[in-house]
Design a binder for this molecule. Structure first.
Ligand SMILES: [Zn+2]
Length: 423
């Protein structure tokens, strides 16, 4: 019976490796087609706000990124076929010399390190060719290497003790190991969220308070209404690496922050900065971080519950092309193989994210004049060479932010409401 289950699962898993990647390539090609159809003129809604030159630059940049991404998807598919159906990962497992818990931990470390090294040429190409070609790259090879070393060190310092802890629980607790591991993971997730703004992000960038006498009054008024402090608004030296602009919100409790990229601030007028600040504060006020954390806790719970159920099932390991079972293999399968099944939920998570963007926009439109958020967004699209057109299906899967057209249309409707309210 086990053999039959294993066989079916092998066929299913192999199909998912191929179908997922082909679906992603198909979605990318749809988006390419959409760009091609729209390459000559910006859509009529943007005829007065986006120049032809900016539109064409965005289409050319978007096209190059999609082509790069398709090549990467093909590479990734071949790699997955090698690791699993061709049993590359199983071979790696047998090559690790240590025994017991060290064997499992080193297996995950070796696998991760190989993946990182194989992906290095891709990210170097993206930074020093693609981004460079369109004038966005500001990073140097030294900074690029230093970033990787820092990232790897940080990953090892955080990941290795966590792996030891989870595998030790697996080895010692029996049936209920997954409950304790789940609780450990949740605690850890909160801890990371807590230290990220003040301890991790500053390893890569400098953060300074957003100070401008003229802006001060506007900021204070906005932050007060959102239950925030002006001390929590920062500027980040993003221009060290790239000229792309952005703003984001992070952390919770005392460690929450709104961060503006210096590159974005350079582009925006004061009223637009305040409008974008209001949008980020909207995310905070509407509790989008605790809501995301709650969702991720549910996700982690389901993963660990399944890990607990499947850790003793030989067909599960066989079905994913391992002839033996171990906690290290179980963790590898849950981080590398299971995402192929959950890929089909990405439209749902993208939808939740887009819904929250609309909510934050609505908050900003209430607190500031929507016209400034529209202007600020248009500058952001222009600065980042983000195309304002998109294929609907591609967008459903990948876009965490609503398409420019929909977002601005909604803000326009708030604009007319404000006007009616005033008259
Ligand atoms: Zn947002």
């Amino acid at each position: 019976m086990t053999n039959l289950y294993s066989y079916y699962l092998q066929v299913l898993f192999l199909s998912f490796i191929i179908i997922d990647h082909l679906t992603e390539i198909y979605l990318h090609r749809r988006q390419l087609k959409n760009f091609k159809e729209n390459q000559h003129t910006p859509p009529p809604e943007f005829a007065h706000t986006i120049t032809l030159e900016d539109h064409q630059k965005a289409i050319a940049y978007g096209t190059s990124k999609l082509q790069f991404s398709i090549a990467h998807l093909v590479f990734d598919m071949v790699l997955m076929l090698y690791w699993f159906p061709m049993r590359g990962a199983e071979k790696l497992f047998s090559l690790i010399p240590w025994s017991g818990i060290h064997h499992d931990v080193m297996f995950i470390c070796a696998f991760s390190l190989i993946q990182i090294l194989l992906n290095l040429p891709w990210s170097a190409f993206s930074t020093f060719y693609l981004e460079e070609k369109f004038g966005f790259n500001k990073s140097t090879p030294q900074l690029f290497i230093l970033d990787r070393i820092k990232g790897l060190t940080l990953g090892a310092l955080i990941g290795i003790p966590l792996l030891y802890a989870v595998i030790a629980l697996y080895n010692s607790l029996g049936t209920w190991w997954w409950v304790v591991s789940f609780l450990l993971m949740i605690g850890f997730q909160f801890f990371l969220f807590w230290i990220y703004p003040t301890l991790i992000a500053p390893l890569f960038n400098k953060f300074s308070p957003l100070e401008s006498v003229e802006l001060k009054n506007g900021i204070e008024k906005l932050v007060e209404q959102a239950g925030f402090s002006a001390k929590e608004i920062f500027m980040m030296d993003a221009s060290r690496r790239s000229s792309h602009g952005n703003a984001y919100f992070t952390g919770f409790g005392k460690n929450k922050r709104v961060v503006f990229f210096d590159t974005l601030l350079k582009q925006l007028g004061h009223a637009e900065i305040l409008a974008i600040l209001a949008h980020e504060l909207g995310h905070m006020k509407l509790k989008h971080i605790p809501k995301s954390l709650a969702l991720s806790i549910i996700g982690i719970f389901i993963s660990f519950w399944l890990m607990g159920k499947l850790s003793t099932e030989a067909w599960f390991f066989n079905g994913h092309f391992f002839r033996q079972s171990s906690p290290g293999i179980l963790i590898l399968l849950f981080t590398q193989a299971i995402p192929l099944y959950t890929f089909w939920f990405s439209p749902l998570s993208s939808w939740i994210s887009r819904k929250r963007e609309f909510e934050a926009d609505a908050y900003a439109a209430k607190e500031t004049n929507p016209i400034y958020l529209i202007q600020g967004l248009l500058k952001l699209y222009q600065q980042n060479a983000s195309p304002v057109v998109s294929d609907k299906v591609y967008s459903t899967f990948y876009h965490s932010h609503p398409p420019a057209f929909e977002r601005i249309k909604r803000l326009e409707s708030f604009k007319s409401e404000t006007r009616e309210g005033l008259s």
